[in-house]
Write a protein that binds this ligand. Structure first.
Ligand SMILES: NCc1[nH]cc(CCC(=O)O)c1CC(=O)O
Ligand SMILES: [Mg+2]
Length: 353
């Protein structure tokens, strides 16, 4: 059944005002309101639908045992120890969420200039992938490729004299992707915005025999204020020096997003992503219309936090704002959405079907 809203105001048993009765009807042949007159009629003409198949659920993993630690700036989202991530993977499975995404909170002692923990085949992400794929081989697992959870400076790449090095970083990202593929990751998702990394990763994956490992590139990723709570979650907010504007895109640009997406497709991306989501719906639409590729959108941490905080204050209806924002991505042309609301939204979809 469709989502129920309150009883339509037209149906309340109030007497009609005599003035309303007295007015002459407008001579209108076309009355768009007819198609909205009842829930069944609205369902009949509905153009877009959100299903659980549209959802990718991002999770944060942390070292330890049997613990869930709340992230203050993301109310309702916890850092999970690996065993708890496996439990949430099971919840995703049961709700028909096709895929989860894993992000690590790396112990500060393991972070260094070069993000070398990213290459440890036994790092938190790899441990989580193995544990989850062992119990739930049918669940898709996506891993982010970038160095920021592992570097002491919080940047996605290697730094020299205050500059982010492109080609040297790509060489490390290739090794990070291989380590994740070896752990059993299904989708490699480079989020670093270095030039040429998709092609380099594709070539290395193929050479190593990982022909079926997909690449979802964060192709049009903007330098955004909306990543704040994510940086709290992975513990890079306090250490990040400067900003990421020499590699992430300028939010003023739209044509540039098409050029970035085109390059990643040419280099071998199977799926492309736009990020953040709500302030960039126009980019989602242009990318989908231009390339007809599987197009994803990331409803990022700050978008989640805004809705969650307003809802917790009683300022908006949180569930309705959540569903409306997710449907908006579908309407803009997205084939799927990475969202911290995935579990809640899937529960709601199931309850209403
Ligand atoms: N490269 C790391 C990365 N991967 C996903 C996000 C943001 C996700 C979110 O805000 O929910 C970021 C943060 C950043 O680029 O600083
Ligand atoms: Mg690029």
């Amino acid at each position: 059944m469709a989502i129920k809203f309150g009883r339509p105001i037209e149906m309340r048993d109030a007497p009609r005002r005599p003035t309303a009765l007295a007015s002459t009807p407008l001579d209108l042949a076309i009355r768009p309101r007819r198609n909205r007159k009842a829930e069944w009629a609205r369902r009949l003409v509905r153009e877009n639908v959100l299903t659980t198949n549209d959802l990718i659920w991002p999770m944060f993993v942390v070292d330890g045992n049997n613990m869930r630690t709340p992230i203050t700036s993301m109310p309702g989202v916890d850092r999970l120890t690996v065993d708890q991530a496996v439990r949430d993977a099971e919840r995703a499975m049961k709700l028909d969420i096709p895929c989860i995404a894993l992000f690590p909170y790396t112990e500060p002692s393991l972070r260094d200039e070069n993000g070398s923990e990213a290459l440890n085949p036994n790092n938190l992400v790899c441990q989580s992938v193995r544990a989850i794929k062992k119990e739930f081989p049918e669940l898709g697992v996506l891993c982010d490729v970038a160095l920021d959870p592992f570097t002491s400076h919080g940047h996605d790449g290697l730094i020299e004299d205050g500059k982010i090095l492109n080609d040297e970083t790509v060489a490390v990202l290739v090794r990070q992707a291989l380590v994740q593929a070896e752990a059993g990751c299904d989708i490699i998702a480079p989020s670093d915005m270095m030039d040429g990394r998709v092609g380099a990763i594709r070539e290395a994956l193929d050479e190593a025999g990982f022909l079926d490992v997909q690449i979802m590139s964060y192709a049009a990723k903007y330098a955004s204020a909306f990543y704040g709570p994510f940086r709290d979650a992975i513990g890079s907010a306090k250490t990040l020096t400067g900003d990421k504007r020499t590699y992430q895109m300028d939010s003023a640009n739209s044509d540039e997003a098409l050029r970035e997406v085109e390059l990643d497709i040419t280099e071998g991306a199977d799926m492309v992503m736009v990020k953040p989501g709500m302030p960039y719906l126009d980019i989602v639409r242009r990318v989908k219309d231009t390339f007809s590729m599987p197009t994803f959108v990331y409803q990022v941490s700050g978008e989640y936090a805004m809705i969650a905080a307003a809802a917790n204050n009683g300022w908006i209806d949180g569930d309705r704002a959540m569903m409306e924002s997710l449907l908006g991505f579908k309407r803009a042309g997205a084939d799927g959405i990475l969202t911290y609301f995935a579990l809640k939204a899937a529960e709601k979809i199931k309850a209403n079907s």
